[in-house]
Ligand binder design. Structure first.
Ligand code: MUC
Ligand code: MG
Length: 370
């Protein structure tokens, strides 16, 4: 039923350097997956990471190698007409880990099924509860005045009205000063969150979170190491400001352990970290029954991963902290024939079949890594 699986690496410069505690990005490297069926239906998926190997355990190059060497023969060698769950179960039997690559393949299979049935992916996942998602902007130039000007412009043009700041690469004092100055300049009405990307020790967490809480910050994302879930639990217990687990959430099994041990007030759900769209929805259910709020996260994917995430997040009952599905706007090149619709502080979830997007394959050919 599947004739081919092709993986494509694209390097696209960002509109400005994007500074995080784990890496400074001048470009983003997208890994796209194109699956073609014997009857000519094409499905797309994406397996993109951040800063080579500095964020996760899969790099763009390892993802491509594993897709080409291991996933492609399994998929094209399938007999009969297995459904998506059966296909992913077969892949799981033969391939350990590789959640980003698995997510890309699963996304492409959903895109194909949606095109066959003339239904959006959101409906195949159970059905959307909203047609648009609130989207924040990440202020990560590293310069306080530039960040304030960027935020004011975003509010003025009605693109984003809440913001996340990437911190953790400077001293706690410098970071707090930077964040609180931005909060003061933007005012009470504008929600400001921070992402420490696991940079702080316990003492730095206590000092930093207390000062950020006092400064009116709304959410503290992944302040400490991934493995230190006991510290996450202590911080959640100690502070009033919401503590969010991001890198620590990963797959449904981890999400369950975090929920059981009261390690966070909020989960950042990422389809790639989860290992797929179905797994992201399972994490949302775990959060719901545990009374944990949700936030729609990103691995700074391009249009394909972003819109796949949007379909999944549109099915979430309680998306209390909105989403960060802004990354296509951070890139200097458009790979769709019609760009995604960002308006009125939201991203519209497409209503067309499958992912509901149309890729510009000429553009992709021009951008692909040789
Ligand atoms: C992360 O850790 O949240 C999401 C937005 C951003 O700027 O970085 C990513 C990763
Ligand atoms: Mg994060």
């Amino acid at each position: 039923m599947y004739q081919s699986l092709e993986s494509i690496i694209l390097d696209i410069p960002t509109i400005r350097p994007h500074k995080m505690s784990v890496a400074t990005m001048q470009k983003q490297t997208l890994v796209l997956v194109k699956i073609t069926t014997h009857d000519g239906i094409v499905g797309w998926g994406e397996a993109t990471t951040i800063g080579g190997l500095s964020y996760g355990e899969e790099s763009p190059e390892s993802i491509k190698t594993n897709l080409d060497t291991y996933f492609a023969p399994l998929l094209t060698g399938l007999k009969g007409e297995p459904n998506i769950a059966q296909t992913m179960q077969m892949i799981d039997k033969h391939i350990m880990g590789n959640r980003f690559a698995k997510c890309a393949v699963q996304t492409a299979l959903f895109d194909i099924l949606g095109k066959k049935l003339n239904l959006p992916v959101s409906e195949l996942l159970g059905g959307r509860l909203r047609d648009e998602l609130p989207v924040l902007w990440v202020l990560a130039s590293g310069d306080t005045e530039k960040d304030i000007a960027e935020a004011k412009k975003m509010i003025e043009v009605k693109r984003h009205n809440f913001f996340k700041l990437k911190i953790g690469s400077r001293s706690v004092e410098e970071d707090v000063e930077h964040v609180v100055a931005i909060k003061k300049a933007l005012g009470k009405e504008v929600s400001i969150r921070v992402d420490v990307n696991r940079a702080w020790s316990e003492m730095q967490c206590i000092k930093g979170i207390q000062a950020l809480q006092d400064g009116g910050i709304d959410l503290i994302e992944q302040p400490c190491a991934i493995h230190d879930v006991e510290l996450l639990a202590r911080l959640t217990e100690r502070f009033d400001v919401a503590i969010m687990a991001d890198e620590a959430v990963m797959c449904p099994t981890n999400a369950y352990k975090l929920a059981k041990n009261h390690c966070a007030n909020v989960f950042a759900v990422k389809i790639e970290q989860a290992g797929g769209l179905m797994e992201a929805c399972q994490i949302a259910t775990i959060a719901k029954v545990a009374g944990i709020d949700l936030y729609g996260g990103t691995m700074l994917e391009g249009a394909v991963g972003t819109i796949a995430s949007a379909h999944a997040f549109s099915t979430f009952d309680n998306l209390a902290y909105g989403t960060e599905l802004f990354a296509p706007l951070l890139l200097t090149e458009e790979i769709l024939s019609k760009p995604l619709v960002y308006e009125n502080f939201t991203l519209k979830v497409p209503t067309g079949a499958g992912l509901g997007i149309d890729l510009n394959e000429n553009k992709i050919d021009n951008l692909r890594r040789a």
